[in-house]
Design a protein around this ligand. Structure first.
Ligand code: SPV
Ligand code: MG
Length: 542
């Protein structure tokens, strides 16, 4: 007797052949149905040729190639811990093809194969059964010998199935063939029947007298009580196609109803909830693995401040929507910003909304409401989203239009706090400064084409731009540490008298006052903010 296998699946399938206990092998036809069958309690699975080909939309006539069937069986094996007995049809060729099949099945984690004594290409036994030719007994025995010689796992199971009864060759021929296959090394015998009564099967079992393990497929004689087979020491019953047939009926009814009702609402409560789909797919395992293995790559987030309507110069355009929904080139400022952020792998985006907040509804973007937008400033809006300031995080204004490279440069910068500022301060046609927020740089403006060593030394809103070196774009990037500092500075700022009206430059000033260096990434154009209709018209030049 060969040594026991190290493979628990083949060991369990071999143990299941024990005639002392009747066991059940459940059909499955893909990874999902295999997992469902295992969860129901089945200790082994039948990779049915009929069900797999039906699920693939082809006939059970070897229309799917054996490697295509093997691909399906591999998904089933990956999805489960119980052994799979695969329907090997006629062995997919002669002894030589079957040898290769056995080796490949072992490699793909399949515990056993059942082959039937018909000729390639076979037809399902319940179709024109009497007309189907049987294999030559000696040729089939050679195939069994070759398969047994090819297996490397001592517990891999090869089952021989005779179709003698279905083909109308009678009891004696069924016994003769089963005995020949036993002698050729088959680990168990399947004797198949297409009759609705079990008489010919029971007659076979009586004459066979337990000389070797027997497996039955009671698809047609299904009303026979299971106990009848148990007392006759049948090793296992294969429930051969019932998950495929159950799915088929459910799909037909569901498709018809959805078509009829022109809506999916009616079926919503009869179909499986999505959370059950995700559970069966094993999403929980992936979530835990992500926690374990993705820790080094924190998620990038962004908070966009977009609570205001914009100044009176924009009121003609913002009667129905907040400023951030003004369109440039057919797309809103908010969509443009979010598209760019998402393209840069920023997954968690929150928008602080106030004026006409209900119009801000972008899938995948969280809305944080500032219902007191009319009386409060930027710092108050950001404070409402304070708990979202974590990890690499970008803060910006909803009326910003900028090219993606500016956002990318900030996100890629490892400094804890980085702002983007433009060396040239915006002026209007009459040369009057029209910058919103300005910063003073540690290195002064003139030679400062590169930003490596430049930090901000002051940040303020002022009409006196002469005292400052650059205009702040309104973009701030924080590392995890920077986000913590920002939350602290925000809390300090909001504790000040009159805090409700304060802006983000006040928060930047609080950061600087607390000794937190703010790196300045210098840009030259490629961004703008929208203050009036002319800005909007010119913005499409960007
Ligand atoms: C199968 O499930 O593909 C079988 C069993 O071979 S039967 O359909 O009864 O032939
Ligand atoms: Mg089959």
């Amino acid at each position: 007797m060969a040594a026991e296998s190290a493979n628990p699946k083949t060991r369990r399938l071999r143990a299941l052949l024990d005639p002392a206990r009747l066991d059940f092998i459940m059909e499955a036809h893909n990874g999902l149905s295999a997992r469902i069958a295992e969860e129901a309690g089945f200790r082994a699975l039948w990779a049915s040729g009929l069900s797999i080909s039906a699920a693939l939309g082809v006939r059970d006539n070897n229309e799917a190639s054996w490697t295509q069937v093997l691909e399906v069986a591999e998904f089933m094996a990956d999805a489960t811990t119980v052994p799979i007995l695969i329907d090997g049809d006629t062995g997919f060729g002669n002894f030589n093809n079957f040898r290769r099949v056995v080796r490949k099945l072992e490699q793909r984690g399949i515990a056993g194969v059942c082959i039937e004594d018909k000729v390639f290409p076979k037809t399902n036994s319940f179709l024109r059964g009497q007309a189907q030719p049987l294999a030559d007994v000696d040729e089939f025995c050679g195939k069994l010998h070759a398969g047994k010689a090819a297996q490397t796992d001592p517990d891999f199971v090869i089952v021989a199935r005779t179709e003698a009864l279905i083909a109308g060759w009678g009891q004696a021929e069924a016994i003769r063939r089963a005995e020949a296959y036993r002698r050729a090394g088959a680990d168990a015998i399947v004797v198949h029947s297409a009759q609705s009564r079990p008489d010919e099967i029971l007659a076979f079992l009586d004459e066979w007298a337990g000389r070797h393990p027997v497996i039955l497929i009671p698809t047609k004689y299904h009303t026979t009580p299971t106990e009848v087979f148990a007392v006759r020491k049948v090793s296992a019953l294969i429930w051969a196609n019932h998950l495929m047939r159950a799915a088929l009926g459910a799909m037909q009814a569901t498709a018809a109803r959805i078509y009829r009702e022109r809506s999916v609402t009616g079926v919503e409560e009869t179909v499986a909830p999505l959370r059950e789909v995700f559970r069966l797919q094993g999403d929980e395992e992936l979530r835990l693995a992500e926690e374990k293995f993705l820790a080094a790559a924190p998620r990038r987030s962004a908070v966009i401040l977009a609570a205001t309507r914009g100044g009176p110069a924009l009121h003609a355009l913002t009667g129905q929507v907040p400023k951030t929904l003004l369109r440039v080139g057919g797309r809103s400022l908010l969509d443009r910003l979010c598209d760019n952020l998402q393209a840069l792998d920023v997954r968690d985006i929150a928008v602080v909304a106030g004026y006409r907040k209900e119009t801000i509804a972008r899938p995948g973007v969280v809305r944080v409401d500032n219902d007191r937008w009319a009386e409060t400033g930027e710092a108050a809006s950001l404070a409402l989203a304070a708990e979202r300031l974590a990890g690499p995080c970008l803060v910006g204004f909803g009326d910003l239009l900028c090219r993606r490279h500016i956002l990318q440069a900030l996100l890629d910068d490892p400094a804890d706090l980085v702002i983007a500022a433009d060396r040239s301060i915006r002026r209007d046609a009459g040369d009057a400064p029209r910058a919103r927020d300005v910063v003073k740089l540690s290195a002064g403006p003139a030679p400062a084409f590169l930003d490596a060593e430049i930090t901000a030394t002051a940040a303020a809103f002022t009409a006196d731009t002469a005292a400052f070196d650059a205009e702040w774009t309104g973009l701030l990037k924080c590392s995890g540490q920077g986000a913590q500092w920002l939350r602290e500075a925000l809390a300090q700022t909001m504790a000040k008298p009159g805090a409700e009206a304060l802006g983000l430059t006040d928060v930047l000033a609080a950061l600087l006052a607390a000794g937190r260096p703010i790196k300045v990434h210098l840009v030259s154009g490629d961004w703008t903010t929208i203050e009036n209709a002319l800005d909007l018209a010119e913005a499409s030049n960007l």
